[in-house]
Design a protein around this ligand. Structure first.
Ligand code: NDP
Length: 490
């Protein structure tokens, strides 16, 4: 059993947001239960670290194959707790499996011991660095991509040699339990990946439990609470928060492709995507044309068929508030409008000419709402894109100037002439700046996040001139300073 079996104080249910039907009952793990899980994980971490890269890679390959075999069942659990379409859930899994594969295969090269040059002043030394596991890592995850998002931390933490205790969102505990069960079957029930369930208090207990690091994905407001709690024990944190990603369209862009990317990027998963497109900045010359194409595509998208309901019921009011604020400030609705967010199934909304001070532009909406604002030129598009407190991802559509525009964006990731594609490339680091957080999952950086650099230097022979000794002589220092002047003074 992977869900900790220490006595729980209470239980809670998860429900299908499409119907309200109860789909699972889970314990509310208190601090004692969380501490017990972390203690068990410490033993598993020692065993796991002892397997070495090859042993771990073999186990993770077995897990990967099991996830492929069980893909449809796991996807059904994701659907039941989020309400998203089945194929969206399978897409999540496909990407998560690809990341698991990359992390397991690349861990030896990225983290394994390697020699580094010592430089002329330390030529008598041999130096190596390796990246050692931290021990037990705590992962706190959100509900919008309940499998893909936490796997960005879990897969990389495991591949780096750590054990993991995972606290899924209270809305998607069943996904976390199913994920952990699938690994437990492969490691003979060892508590390598355990799940603790409950509400914010359970997450806070994980922060206080003595884990070596917390990898948090969720809202900026909660991230601040998590950091404050982690500060009590000086527990380091990796913080992946929300975004207000912009899509910039230049005059020479393929407008059909840009419109398609804006609508998919903004409305798939009902817009409940941290790297979803929330703002579009299009240059005047092609603005009318682009708005027409976006509107036509958005009208063809239907809530309940192409995407599911708001997974978190209270999100409907946030989306409604942003629409009302934008319209009251002078924005115009070209698709949907004031009545589109009256129920948990929010219909697509496209707004134009929205003042940049409106909450629809400044705050994360997390709904199927696109704000399309025209700008005189790309410079202004870049300025507005960068004016956000967030800085997670961005998209650029331009035939000639993509890389040049991308280089000017203050974000962690940029896609040129495609959307969200960076999340599907395991070798690329993923994360943001500003209110979007710090630290990186995925890629080499994502592996190193869950390690400590361990530097070792070994003296190969003693130098005739000792400068780090109380036997140091004035002549020795003169010789050393002379060498530095010669080598570094030019
Ligand atoms: P929340 O911030 O509400 O919750 C995130 C997790 O933190 C949940 O598991 C939650 O538990 C837990 N939690 C809540 N309070 C505390 C606390 N005091 N101490 C420790 N843990 C706590 O985020 P959502 O689940 O609503 O997720 C949506 C947010 O996540 C959006 O802002 C989105 O942009 C962001 N996100 C960012 C991604 C990225 O990689 N940058 C990817 C995906 C989403 P519980 O649910 O039980 O309250």
């Amino acid at each position: 059993m992977t869900t900790t079996d220490a006595p729980a104080q209470a239980v809670f249910t998860s429900t299908d947001p499409r119907t309200g039907e109860v789909v699972g009952t889970h314990p509310v793990h208190d601090a004692a239960a969380v501490d017990a899980a972390v203690a068990r994980a410490a033993d598993a971490a020692a065993w796991w670290a002892g397997l070495g890269f090859d042993g771990r890679r073999a186990v993770l390959a077995q897990w990967r194959r099991a996830l492929v075999r069980g893909m449809d069942d796991l996807a059904r659990t994701v659907v039941a707790e989020t309400g998203k379409p089945f194929d969206d859930a399978r897409l999540e899994l496909v990407l998560a499996i690809d990341h698991l594969d990359w992390a397991a295969k690349h861990a030896p090269k990225v983290l394994g011991r390697r020699s580094v040059p010592t430089g002329p002043l330390m030529a008598n030394q041999a130096a190596t660095v390796e990246y050692a596991p931290l021990g037990v890592v705590g992962v706190i995850g959100p509900w919008n991509y309940p499998l893909f998002t936490p796997m960005g931390s879990i897969a990389y933490a495991l591949a780096a040699g750590n054990a993991v205790v995972f606290k899924p969102s209270e809305l998607t505990p069943g996904v976390g339990v199913a994920l952990a069960d699938s690994l437990a079957e492969i490691v003979g029930g060892r508590p390598l990946l355990q799940v603790v369930t409950g509400f914010g208090e359970t997450g806070a207990a994980l922060c206080r439990s003595g884990v070596a690091k917390i990898a948090f994905t969720g809202s900026t407001a909660t991230a601040k609470r998590v950091m404050a709690t982690c500060a009590e024990t000086l527990t380091p944190v990796l913080v992946e928060c929300g975004g207000k990603d912009a899509l910039i369209v230049d005059a020479d862009a393929d407008l059909d492709a840009a419109a398609d990317a804006a609508v998919w990027g903004g409305m798939s998963n009902a817009g409940q995507t941290c790297i979803g497109v929330e703002r579009v900045y299009v240059v005047d010359a092609v603005a009318d044309d682009l708005v027409g194409r976006i509107a036509a595509r958005a009208r063809a998208v239907t809530a309940g068929r192409d995407f599911g309901p708001m997974t978190m019921e209270s999100q409907t009011a946030v989306v409604r508030g942003h629409i009302h604020d934008a319209l009251a400030a002078g924005g115009r609705a070209v698709v949907g409008g004031a009545g589109s967010a009256d129920s948990r199934l929010v219909e697509p909304v496209v707004l134009v000419d929205v003042p940049e001070t409106s909450t629809a532009v400044t705050e994360e909406t997390f709904g199927p709402l696109l704000v399309v604002n025209r700008v005189p030129d790309v410079d202004e598009a870049v300025r507005r894109a960068n004016a956000s407190a967030y800085g997670l991802g961005a998209t650029v559509f331009s035939e000639a100037r993509g890389p040049e525009i991308a280089a000017r964006l203050r974000t962690g990731m940029v896609a040129i002439n495609s959307v969200i594609s960076f999340a599907g490339i395991p070798a690329l680091p993923f994360g943001g700046v500003g209110d979007s957080g710090f630290g990186r999952i995925h890629g080499e950086d994502g592996l190193r996040e869950f390690t400590r650099a361990h530097a070792v230097v070994r003296q190969r022979f003693a130098l005739p001139i000792a400068v780090t000794s109380f036997r140091r002589t004035a002549g020795g220092m003169r010789a050393l300073v002379g060498v530095v002047k010669l080598l570094r003074g030019r």
